[in-house]
Structure formats: C-alpha cells, structure tokens
Design a protein around this ligand. Structure first.
Ligand code: C2E
Ligand code: CA
Length: 514
C-alpha cells in the first residue's frame, strides 16, 4: 500500500499545460478574457497587421537609427508573436475547469501518442451527468464540483499524460501505465482520494463521477473514436453502480451488442418492422373512450415480437431514440388523418417522446414537418414527455414546449411521480396535462400512497391541468380515482394495447360506423 501511495505521489506536481500556470481560478480568468472568438480574432488580426507593418518599416530605415529601430521592431515582433501564441493557447482552455479542451486534446494527442508508444496508454473517461447535477444542485455547485475534480486530477498527471475536458459530461485523462493492474490500482487510489476529499468537506452525498478505462490498441489513431469507447465504458460503470470499469472481453462483447443494435435499428426502420399499438383512455366519470396512447412494438425477424422495455432504454443510451419517436409520430398523424376523414371527433392520441428527442434543437421543426403532411385538427395530438435514462438540456426542452404550444399541440408530463419531473416543472413548463405513474397508482390502497396521490391530483387540478392515471387494474383503484376527481383513466381494467388496425375498427364501432 505504501508503494502505491508513493506511485501516486510521484505524479503530483507533474502539471500539464494548465498546471504550469497557476491556480484553477487563474484559468477561469484567462478563458473569460481570451477564449471568446469574437474578441480574440480582431486581436490576432491586429497583431499580424502590426507585425507586417513593422517588418516593412525596417526595410525603409537607415544607419544607427535603423539598428535601433531594428531592435525595437524585433522586440515588438517577438512580443506580438508571444501574445499570438498565448491567445491561441487560451483558445484551447475550458472556461469552467481551466483544463485544456478538445482542441488542446487533439494537439497533444498528435504530439504525445504515436504508433510506437500507443499501447502503453489508457484513456480514462471521468463521466458526470452534469445536466442532472445542474437540475438537482444548481450550476454553481456543479461547476465547483468539476473544478475540484480537475484540480485533483491535475495533481496526478505526469508530463507524458494528457488531461482535458472532453465535452459537457466528462474529463479525459490519457495515462501511461505499464499494465492494466497498475492502472486499476491507480483508479482505486484516485477514487479513494475523491471520497476522502469529499468527506473532509462534510459532503456525504453520492460521488457524481464514474470512470471508463479503455486500453489503447496499436490501430487506435483517432482520439474521437477512443473517447467514444472510454465514455461508453464509463456509462456501463454508471449503470452498474461501480466507480470505474476497465474494458475487458465481457465489456467489449456488450459494446459490440450495442453497435449491432444500432445497425439493426437502422435496418428495422427502413424495413418498417416497428409498429404502433394503441392503448385507449377512458373518462373517469362515465368510462367513455376519449383517446389513446401510441406505444411502439418491434416485430423483429429473428427475436420475435419485442415490447418497448427491451429496446427503448438501449435506444436512448445509443442516442437513437429520436428516429423511433419521429417514426411513431408519423404513424400517429397518418392514423389521426384517417379517422378524422371518417368523421371521428373528440378523440386524441398521445405520442411518447423521450426527453432526448424533446431537447433536440430541430425538434419543433421536425414535428411540424411531419404534422403538416397530414390533415387533422392539432388538438387531436398530444405529446408525452417521458421519463428517460438521462435528462438532457432542460432549457431546450422548455423552449421546444413553448414553440409547440404556440403551434397548437398539447403536451403532457408522463410518469409523474417516478423520475425527474417535479412540482416546479408543472409550474415552469407549458403543459396541458399530467400523467400519474403506475407506481403511484399501485400504492393507492395504502394510506400514505393515497395521501400522496390525492395531493398530486389536487395540485394538477388547481393548475387546471388534465389529470390522467395509468396502470389502473381494478375496480377499487377506479373508485378511489373517481373520488379524487381524476379526469382520465388508462389501464388493463378497461383495455389492453391493440394494433392500430384493431383500434381503428373499435373507433368505428364506437361511432356506429360498422
Ligand atoms: P408508459 O408511457 O408509461 O406506457 C405505459 C406502459 O404501461 C405501457 O407498456 C403499457 O402497456 C403499460 N400498461 C398500461 N396499463 C397497464 C396496466 O394496467 N397494468 C400494467 N401492468 N401495465 C400497464 P409498454 O407498451 O411496454 O411501454 C413501456 C414504455 O415504453 C412506455 O411507458 C413508454 O415510456 C415507452 N415507449 C413506448 N413506445 C415508445 C415510443 O415510441 N417512444 C418512446 N420514447 N417511448 C416509448
Ligand atoms: Ca406514456
């Protein structure tokens, strides 16, 4: 143990670009002054123009004056060159942590990691769900956390290593080590130190970082691909509740499966293997069908009929869920147009959208493009914001909601009471309805469960929101929800999800058309 501590200590004071220049705070200062391109570019141009002017002046002078002038010009040229170099360097600094950013990483990767020493490097990706942390602890605390992490890692960075902020959610360290065992011991000590430092500050909450370690192979020349691999491994560590994971054969197999899924989803969308099932909603007061929820199903050629639990989470993690969400929206809009043409009124369909899809910058544009292909009143469509494996860009979700509301499409918060959505979201977001999660409904018969549900329904109603309950399975639950004044009920007590063709027939029967 003593030797290991010594090994760690020997990394201390071996500082990278950032470390040589002073404290983390210095970097934040540098960045705020120098890395905004708008202010840097004119400065760079100014320095270049000045230099070239001076160089011309040098040719025109004469004698001693010329020499003095020459020295002065040389000094100035030197000064501006240095300034230019500094400005370029500062463009490589991350504002929050003071570490190098991706530009810095790119440059150092080319300089330090070459074919002959590549396999001695390990890419260690420290992953933090910064979006979630910001929601729960605020921006200031999140940034402080990142700064502390950066400062600590900088102490353990040798000259041959590269430490950089690799994106919003992670810091990467390219570390040289003689064996996977060495790196494992190093990781254990690093996390022990993180833990001790946290406790010393009186912070006993969970550690908000997990790490993925990817040993570089001889053929790994692209730092972006390496980052992606290390990040994936960090994410697997996060899912398994482990501090860190070093890529081994089992993890390689898992990652391979995910890659295969990506290819499969692409094919399945092209081949039309995804279908939608509709799950009817009934009014709580008279049990009349007033709408339905669209749920995806995958008719897989070899694995059979797949329910969403086996593919939605994976697709979210792989960043592929929006393809399915938009595909589903298209099918729902086509369905709405068909039933509207046949005379159906007072009916809506809710369509599930992952938070990931909802936070896309092109979300409203894509929705509009799909919706405008079909003819039906916009109020027949409701978008459900589902709970997802992660809660990305909250600000963007809000902006997209506002735009869609203006466009006439209603939005509902799904699975309320289960995940990220809070009471304050009800106030902040322009939503028309809230869907109580099945887990809340499951506890309705217990005293405390009932009190919670009652409170949530009351909050919803007092904000004039449509209140829906899902997962309702028996008469007692129905009765209690009626007493609470819930508006709409969905669950196996009334209907099971059915293929869209079956749903269309039932709607026609409801309206006496068949
Ligand atoms: P969800 O939106 O909460 O949908 C309700 C799920 O509970 C559905 O499962 C539904 O079949 C099931 N359910 C409804 N009533 C009852 C009940 O009384 N008892 C029980 N035991 N279960 C009930 P499903 O279809 O397997 O969907 C699971 C989740 O997958 C959905 O949860 C939704 O979040 C997600 N999902 C489905 N399709 C899509 C999609 O196209 N895009 C996205 N982003 N998510 C989807
Ligand atoms: Ca839903």
């Amino acid at each position: 143990m003593e030797r290991e501590t010594y090994e760690m200590a020997s990394f201390r004071n071996n500082r990278e670009l950032a470390g040589d220049k002073g404290s983390v705070e210095d970097y934040v200062f540098l960045k705020s002054q120098d890395t905004q391109e708008l202010s840097v570019q004119p400065l760079l141009q100014e320095s270049r123009a000045f230099r070239s002017g001076m160089e011309k002046g040098l040719l025109m002078g004469g004698g001693g004056a010329l020499l003095a002038m020459g020295i002065l010009v040389a000094a100035l040229v030197c000064h501006f060159r240095k300034k230019e170099e500094n400005l370029k360097k500062n463009l490589e600094i991350d504002a929050v942590t003071g570490l190098g950013n991706k530009l810095y990483l790119k440059r150092c990767f080319r300089q330090k990691i070459r074919e002959e020493n590549r396999t001695s490097y390990y890419a260690v990706f420290f992953y933090t769900d910064t979006e979630r942390m910001m929601r729960q602890r605020g921006t200031r605390e999140t940034e402080e956390f990142l700064r502390r992490g950066a400062k600590m890692l900088r102490q353990y960075t040798a000259d041959t290593d590269i430490l950089a902020r690799a994106g919003e959610d992670g810091i990467v360290l390219f570390k040289q080590a003689s064996s996977p065992e060495k790196i494992r011991r190093w990781m254990e000590l690093a996390f022990k130190e993180i833990d001790e430092e946290r406790r010393a500050r009186g912070d006993f909450r969970e550690i908000w970082a997990t790490a993925g370690v990817y040993p570089l192979k001889a053929a790994d020349w692209d730092e972006d691909v390496i980052l992606l691999e290390a990040r994936r491994i960090a994410r697997v560590a996060h899912e398994r509740g482990q501090n860190f994971l070093i890529c081994d054969q089992e993890i390689e197999r898992q990652l391979e499966q995910e890659r295969a899924l990506q290819a499969e989803v692409k094919r399945a969308l092209e081949e039309g293997e995804f279908t939608i099932y509709l799950h009817f909603y009934v009014r709580a007061d008279n049990f009349q069908v007033i709408g339905a929820e669209a749920l995806s199903r995958w008719n897989h050629p070899t694995r059979g009929f797949l329910e969403p639990d086996s593919f939605i989470g994976l697709m979210e993690k792989e960043g592929m869920i929006s393809q399915l969400d938009f595909y589903g929206l298209d099918k729902v809009c086509a369905f709405l147009e068909r039933i509207f043409r046949k005379g159906t009124r007072d009916f809506f369909i809710s369509c599930n959208f992952s938070r990931q899809t909802f936070s896309r910058p092109d979300f409203t544009r894509q929705c509009r493009e799909i919706i405008e292909k079909y003819e039906f009143p916009r109020e027949m469509l409701v978008l459900e914001l589902t709970e997802s494996v992660s809660a990305p860009n909250v600000g963007r979700i809000y902006e997209n909601m506002v735009k869609l509301r203006q466009y006439g499409v209603r939005i509902m918060l799904d699975d309320f009471g289960e995940g990220f959505a809070t009471f304050s979201d009800l106030r902040k977001y322009p939503v028309s309805g809230v869907k109580l999660s099945k887990s809340l409904v499951d506890d309705i018969k217990e005293e405390k469960g009932q009190a919670i549900l009652q409170a949530v329904v009351q909050v919803g109603r007092s904000m004039e929101l449509m209140v829906l309950a899902e997962g309702v399975e028996d008469d007692e639950q129905v009765h209690l929800l009626q007493e609470m004044d819930c508006d709409i009920i969905q669950g196996y007590r009334f209907y099971y999800p059915v293929p869209e063709e079956v749903a269309e027939e039932r709607i026609a029967q409801r309206e006496g058309r068949s």
